[in-house]
Design a protein around this ligand. Structure first.
Ligand SMILES: Cc1cc2nc3c(=O)[nH]c(=O)nc-3n(C[C@H](O)[C@H](O)[C@H](O)COP(=O)(O)OP(=O)(O)OC[C@H]3O[C@@H](n4cnc5c(N)ncnc54)[C@H](O)[C@@H]3O)c2cc1C
Length: 403
């Protein structure tokens, strides 16, 4: 009898969890041994981390435990932090053990890119994991609750004006009135400053949609400053402004949202060709030198048109389904699917819980429609992994403002 192939999936985010769920659903029992390894025993939606950080989505709700979703007869879950991969020996090394595989899926997500800027690691909060979002939430809460007389404690600098920076700044902006009211603080003391490299925020949108978002943010009292951050300090950041001059902006809360790169596991594993710790993949999402290794989500990058896209949950999800389907083809000894093509259905950026801006099927949307769609997309993801029961437990349904 043939030995069952051993499929190892690293990382249980949008990409990796999707592969595991797909195989659980569609691969006939006992055709392969499937193992998912991730560093926490729960999945969380990275796209909601800004809400956890502000306290508008609870950390308890954000955790979706793998063992509650996965059928242990089909998929084994192991909690471990992966350190390196040796594709020559088909081995993966984690903090708790060494794992071998016949087929490997790398789906280890992203890390904030600090671009080696001084002080970022030391003084900035980041939106990287659920735990990092909780740390930021605790800091925001304590700065408001324990406010004495240092105005810098109520000043926030958000470095970066892409998706993460804008969604976080806007979410915080919508909560300031409430926080000030609860803590008896004068609203005028609070400042949120978003540092943007270029004049346009949200560069994935065209100028018109980006300006709509900026206007909405300005109405929330968020200020924009243009410049390159050259240093972060305990009490602010130094930027090089448009005139090339150094300028210091003071604040005791700095959030780094200025870019991402792939996982350090990739750069620490010497056999992979990578760019910013994202592995270069072929049209089947395989590592060109190792056809038994697939890479999905933010861990992958391709030079082929139709695949090279900004790293998003939407892309990771589609890559996950594609690799799941191809693994079944391989195990059933059938031909691989046609090369992967990303179907871009649209992008929606939330501006707080009841507002947003986006482009869906090439149509620009904003306001409550965008907010509704954003929640719909998040709920649809929960449905795809955990069914209606989990949507009812974890989903978000309030999208209209009460006033
Ligand atoms: C605040 C924020 C808002 C965003 N909003 C959007 C949005 O609206 N729409 C959109 O499409 N995209 C959005 N993104 C981007 C999106 O979240 C990512 O592109 C997506 O999460 C990538 O999926 P992934 O599976 O590659 O990685 P992830 O979903 O990050 O999953 C990686 C998994 O690997 C695990 N892991 C990491 N390192 C290790 C290790 N060493 N060992 C074991 N396990 C490990 C992690 O715990 C995690 O479970 C947003 C990102 C952020 C931070």
């Amino acid at each position: 009898m043939d030995k069952k192939p051993n499929i190892l999936i690293l990382g249980g985010g949008y990409g990796g969890f999707k592969v595991a769920i797909y195989l659980q659903k569609y691969l006939r029992t006992n055709k392969a041994q499937i193992t998912l390894i991730s560093k926490h025993d729960y999945h969380y939606q990275t796209t909601l981390l800004h809400k956890v950080a502000v306290g508008t989505y609870s950390a308890r709700k954000a955790r979706i435990f793998y063992r509650k979703i996965l059928d242990s007869n089909k998929v084994t879950f192991i909690k471990d932090t992966i350190l390196t991969i040796n594709p020559e020996n088909k081995q993966v090394f984690g903090e708790r053990g060494c794992y071998s595989y016949d087929y490997l899926v790398i789906a280890l997500g992203f890390m904030p890119n600090t671009f080696n800027i001084k002080g970022v690691d030391e003084f900035c909060y980041k939106l990287e994991t659920l735990n990092s979002a909780i740390r930021l939430r605790n800091n925001i809460e304590s700065k408001f609750k324990d406010f004495a007389d240092n105005p810098l404690d109520l000043r926030f600098i958000v470095c970066g004006s892409g998706f993460t920076g804008i969604e976080f700044a806007a979410e915080l902006g919508t909560q300031i009135d409430e926080l000030c009211k609860i803590c008896g603080i004068d609203r005028d003391l609070v400042k949120i400053i978003c540092v943007s490299r270029g004049e346009q925020i949200l560069p994935m949108f065209d100028c018109k949609d980006s300006n709509i978002a900026k206007e909405k943010m300005s109405k929330l009292g968020i200020e924009f400053v243009q410049g390159n951050v050259v240093e972060c300090k305990s009490d602010g950041v130094v930027i090089k402004n448009r005139l090339g001059e150094l300028e210091e902006i003071k604040a005791n809360n700095i959030v780094w949202c200025a870019g991402v790169k792939g996982s350090s596991v990739i750069s620490n594993s010497p056999n992979f060709e990578h760019k910013d710790s994202r592995i270069l993949v072929d049209e089947f999402l395989r590592v060109p030198k190792y056809h038994d290794i697939f890479v999905v989500g933010d861990s992958a990058i391709s030079m082929k048109r139709n695949i090279l896209n900004a790293p998003t949950a939407q892309l990771a999800n589609q890559m996950g389904s594609y690799v799941g389907r191809n693994l079944i083809k391989i195990i059933d000894k059938q031909e691989l699917l046609k090369p992967f093509v990303f179907q871009h259905r649209g992008t929606v950026c939330s501006i707080g819980h009841t507002d947003g801006v986006g482009v869906v099927f090439n149509i620009s949307i904003s306001g409550e429609v965008a907010a509704f769609l954003k929640n719909f997309i998040e709920n649809k993801w929960i449905f795809s992994i955990g069914g209606m029961v989990n949507v009812l437990k974890k989903g978000q349904f309030r999208f209209r403002s009460s006033n």
